[in-house]
Each structure stands twice: as structure tokens, then as C-alpha cells.
Design a protein around this ligand. Structure first.
Ligand code: IFM
Length: 460
């Protein structure tokens, strides 16, 4: 293998100057300072014992208290943009009503600090930390939630639209609905397949109303972030299942946004689970409000084959639960895999980007998350030599540029994540950061992969 410096130089040579390179985080995963805000469904979920290592959200990466240090680190690394999310209960403790001045101050400091350092703030309105007050009422299955979300988006735009460069309404609504409502892998853990579909729909409606509210209050450059991927059928017998899985994860979100409504094959395949009576034509029109851009979070392809006597896939036990309506299949991720067990296949990212640009023609795309948790994350003698992660990034950024060279209107790429952080129900067990965070002292140490980004951005 050519050495890393040569690979960085080659990549830098093909990286367009106007191609945005950034890194991403989310509020619950890094902020901490729970006393400074209202409660979210993730604290409730943590208290109920659902987080593998007993993490609670406090101190996470203690980012609220260390924001200046973190901003300096971002500047040192040379990123063009930083993607972060607002914590809804930090803006309004109960999700509505009086603003929380401490929370507004924090995001003012973060956004101003980014701008002072020449880094574009890329904000996400909702990355999963729903106020507990709304969670108690049914969360994303509670009918008024889309309007509550639009009101919250309006508050954010009023306060920050003058300085935020780009806005995403939601991060990965598929995860919110099917991990949080169809199963109990994520908060709130409703474990009800029908609720999974209703939550997906109300999230989409929240997106449609949220984007209108953002724009009405001055926000520019507004979009949505979906976790999309390529479904690979390993045998003839799983071709239909792969298409349905594509429907459940990709088309269920892309089609309504593109104005094509809920995919008919998904409705048909899930009639025994839900009657879809919550869908209204007039609301589909709101969901189809054109977006300025679409973000794609890509990590791994979904490779499936017909079930056999021997379980081959690592998530066979839970396989179709997160895809309600799917026939039994085995997930068969190939080697190499990340610590999460996710197959590493950069070429599938190129395919996902090409496919999405065909499904949503004319809309600029961004890779808003991409990265991996790896075994070589360990801090040794003050250094983390995360060769696996560097290899992953070099291959995937090249794959993203392949899609761009092939005609996809891809405008940027964000590495997930800036920090080792709370990987939701996995707690600290899975670390995706390019910067190591010592869980006791909170000391930040840039890994080799962080230095790789610095070199890449300097050489571009
Ligand atoms: O950590 C998450 C992030 O919050 C959303 N996208 C996937 C990442 C890795 O699982």
C-alpha cells in the first residue's frame, strides 16, 4: 500500500477548492451540562437502564464548558465547516414557551466562535434529543408534534439565521422512527411497529413545516439529512426483500420529499401493520416543499441473503425488527468491518450518491456524515495511531469524489465525528472520533486521522 502521505497528496490534488470539508457532532452526544437545560428523552432512556455502559449524558464530552478549547481545535485542524445540532430542551426547557437564556448564550458563543475562526456553522435543528415533556405525550406519534417542531425551528431562525450558513431540519428520521418507536434500540423505546410508521410520517411533516418556519424567519440554505444506503441482494431469493428494504429506509423518506408521496409498495407490504390512515394529501404537499440541499449520512451497505440453517449475519437476531414488514433475511456484512460490525465498502457510497441524485434530480447533495468506530482507537504514549480510520476516510472521500466526477452535484463531505462521544445506546463503547477524549479528564488528543485531515486541508 502506498504510504499515507502519498495518498493524502493524491487526494488533495483532486479535492476541488470549493468542496466543503467539515466535521460533525450532535448535542446529546457531546454537550453535557444537563443542569443547564430541560430533560430529553435520552436521559429518560438512560435512567431506565438502556445505555450499555450506564452513561447518562453527563458529562458527555463536557463541550458546553469547553467550547472555546473545542473551537480552537477545529480551527487548528483547518475545517471549512462544522456541523452541530441544537438541543431543543436547551433552547426551551420544556420544548415550548420561555426561552432558556443560558442555552441561547451557549449557541451564540459557539456560532460566533466559528465565524470568528472562518468556519461555516452548519446547524441541525433536531438530532434526537426530544424534550421529555413531549416524549411523555407520545413524542413523534403525538399529533401536535410537527407544529411544536415548527415553532421551535422558528425560534432558532429568529435567533441565529443571521449567522448560520446552512440548516438541516432533521438528522436521520429513519433512525428516530424505527429504532426509537418500532423497536427499543433508541429512545423512547416504544417497541411498536405501527408507531414506527406513524413517527416516520410525523417526522416528515415536522420537516415540511419546519423548513417553512425556518425560511419564514430568515433562514437560507435549508435541507434535510437522511441516512441512505445501498441494499445488496446476494441471491435471487432476496431481490424483492432488498427492494422493500430500500423502500423502508430510502424511498419512504426520499419519495415524499421529492413529491412522489409514500411509496405504494411500502404501503402494500405493511398493511398488516398499519392502515396508514394518518397520511393526509394536504400534508404530503407540505412535506414536498422543495429543499435547497439534501444531506446523506452513509456508513455501510446492507447486504442480505436468504435465511439458511446457519445464521451468518451479525445482526440476525434483530434483523427485520428495524424494517417492519420485511420477510426474514440474513444480514451478511463482508469483511473488513468496523467495531460496530458494519461492512466497509466505499464503492457503495458512490452508488448511494448516484442513486440519490437520480431520485432527487436538481438538488445539491452533501455527505453529512461518514466515518467508523475502530479497534485501533487506543491512546498509547499520548498518541492514537488510527490507521484503520485513516484508510476508511481516504477511501470514502475518494469514493465521494468519484460520484462527483461522474456528474453527481456533490458539494461537500463531513467526517463523523469530531470527537469520541456518546454513541447513543452503545455509550462510550464505540468511538467514532478523529479526536480522542479521555473519559476521566476530558483531555482532547487529535488522532492520526485528525492530523490527516489537517494535512489534506493544508495541501488542497
Ligand atoms: O453517532 C451516530 C450519529 O448520531 C448519527 N449517525 C450515525 C452515527 C454513528 O452511529
Amino acid at each position: 500500500m502506498t504510504n499515507v502521505s502519498d495518498r493524502i497528496a493524491k487526494l488533495a490534488a483532486r479535492l476541488p477548492k470549493d468542496f466543503v470539508v467539515g466535521t460533525a457532532t450532535s448535542s446529546w452526544q457531546i454537550e453535557g451540562n444537563l443542569a443547564g437545560r430541560g430533560s430529553s428523552i435520552w436521559e429518560d432512556f438512560a435512567k431506565a437502564g438502556h445505555i450499555k455502559d450506564g452513561s447518562t449524558g453527563e458529562p458527555a464530552c463536557d463541550h458546553v464548558n469547553r467550547v472555546d478549547e473545542d473551537l480552537e481545535l477545529l480551527k487548528w485542524l483547518g475545517f471549512d465547516s462544522y456541523r452541530f445540532s441544537f438541543s431543543w430542551p436547551r433552547i426551551m426547557r420544556t420544548g415550548e414557551g420561555a426561552l432558556n437564556p443560558e442555552g441561547i448564550d451557549f449557541y451564540d458563543r459557539l456560532i460566533d466562535g466559528l465565524l470568528e475562526r472562518g468556519i461555516k456553522p452548519a446547524a441541525t435543528v433536531y438530532h434526537w434529543d426530544l424534550p421529555s415533556t413531549f416524549g411523555d405525550k407520545g413524542g413523534w406519534t403525538w399529533e401536535p408534534i410537527a407544529d411544536k417542531f415548527a415553532d421551535y425551528a422558528a425560534v432558532l431562525a429568529t435567533k441565529f439565521a443571521d449567522r448560520v450558513d446552512s440548516w438541516a431540519t432533521l438528522n436521520e428520521p429513519w433512525v428516530s422512527s424505527f429504532l426509537g418507536y418500532a423497536t427499543d434500540i433508541h429512545a423512547p423505546g416504544a417497541n411498536d411497529q405501527a408507531k414506527g410508521f406513524e413517527a416516520a410520517y410525523r417526522l416528515l411533516l415536522g420537516h415540511g413545516r419546519g423548513i417553512e418556519a425556518l425560511r419564514a424567519n430568515g433562514a437560507k440554505n435549508t435541507g434535510l439529512v437522511l441516512n441512505l444506503t445501498t441494499m445488496i441482494a446476494e441471491d435471487e431469493g432476496t431481490k424483492d426483500a432488498a427492494w422493500l428494504m430500500d423502500g423502508l429506509q430510502n424511498r419512504l423518506f426520499l419519495d415524499p420529499v421529492a413529491g412522489r408521496g409514500i411509496p405504494a409498495d411500502v404501503v402494500e407490504a405493511t398493511r398488516h401493520i398499519t392502515d396508514w390512515s394518518f397520511v393526509k394529501e394536504s400534508e404530503l404537499a407540505e412535506i414536498a416543499t422543495p429543499v435547497d440541499w439534501l444531506g446523506i449520512n452513509y456508513y455501510t451497505p446492507n447486504r442480505i441473503e436468504s435465511p439458511s440453517e446457519t445464521d451468518k449475519g451479525f445482526i440476525v437476531g434483530q434483523n427485520t425488527d428495524v424494517y417492519p414488514g420485511m420477510p426474514p433475511v440474513n444480514f451478511v456484512p463482508r469483511e473488513p468491518r468496523t467495531n460496530m460490525g458494519w461492512e466497509i465498502d466505499a464503492s457503495s457510497m458512490t452508488t448511494t450518491l448516484q442513486q440519490t441524485s437520480e431520485r432527487l434530480p436538481g438538488v445539491p447533495l452533501y455527505v453529512t456524515e461518514n466515518g467508523g468506530a475502530f479497534k485501533d482507537d487506543q491512546l498509547t504514549d499520548g498518541f492514537v495511531n488510527d490507521q484503520d480510520r485513516m484508510d476508511y476516510y481516504l477511501n470514502h472521500i475518494n469514493a465521494a469524489l468519484d460520484a462527483r466526477d461522474g456528474g453527481v452535484d456533490l458539494r461537500g463531505y463531513y467526517a463523523w465525528s469530531m470527537f469520541d462521544n456518546l454513541e447513543w445506546a452503545e455509550g462510550w463503547k464505540m468511538t467514532f472520533g478523529i479526536v480522542h477524549v479521555n473519559q476521566q479528564t476530558m483531555e482532547r488528543t487529535p488522532k492520526a486521522s485528525a492530523r490527516m485531515f489537517k494535512q489534506l486541508l493544508e495541501q488542497r
